[in-house]
Design a protein around this ligand. Structure first.
Ligand SMILES: [Zn+2]
Length: 107
C-alpha cells in the first residue's frame, strides 16, 4: 500500500493506511509527522459499518484535523482539541465545502 505525503500548514506529513493499531483506527503523531490508519479498521470494521471506504475517509479527515490543530498551535486548548470537536469537524467539513463550492466562495 502506498504511503501518501501531504503538506499540512507547511509541514510534511505521511499517511500510511497499512498500519496495525491497537484499540483505534487512526493515529496522528505530530512528533514524527505520521498519520497512521489501521489496515483492518478495528472500530468500524467487523461488520459494524457497511461502507468502510466512507468510514476510512472520515478517520483520515479526523487525523488530519488533529495535525492541523497541532500545526496551528491550538492543540493545547482543551475545548478546541477534544475528540468530539475533531469528530464534528471531520463530519461537517465535506458538507461545508459543498456549500462553499456551490456559492463559489471556497477560496
Ligand atoms: Zn482523535
Amino acid at each position: 500500500m502506498e504511503i501518501k505525503e501531504i503538506n499540512i500548514l507547511g509541514e510534511k506529513y505521511t499517511i500510511d493506511e497499512s498500519k496495525e493499531l491497537e484499540n483505534k483506527d487512526g493515529q496522528c503523531d505530530w512528533t514524527t509527522k505520521e498519520i497512521k490508519i489501521c489496515n483492518t479498521l478495528l472500530i468500524g470494521g467487523e461488520g459494524k459499518l457497511k461502507n468502510l471506504e466512507l468510514y476510512k475517509n472520515s478517520v483520515i479527515r479526523h487525523e488530519i484535523i488533529h495535525a492541523i490543530l497541532h500545526e496551528s498551535g491550538i492543540d493545547t486548548i482543551n475545548h478546541m482539541h477534544n475528540e468530539e470537536t475533531i469528530d464534528w469537524i471531520a463530519r461537517i467539513f465535506p458538507k461545508m465545502l459543498k456549500i462553499f463550492k456551490e456559492l463559489d466562495v471556497e477560496n
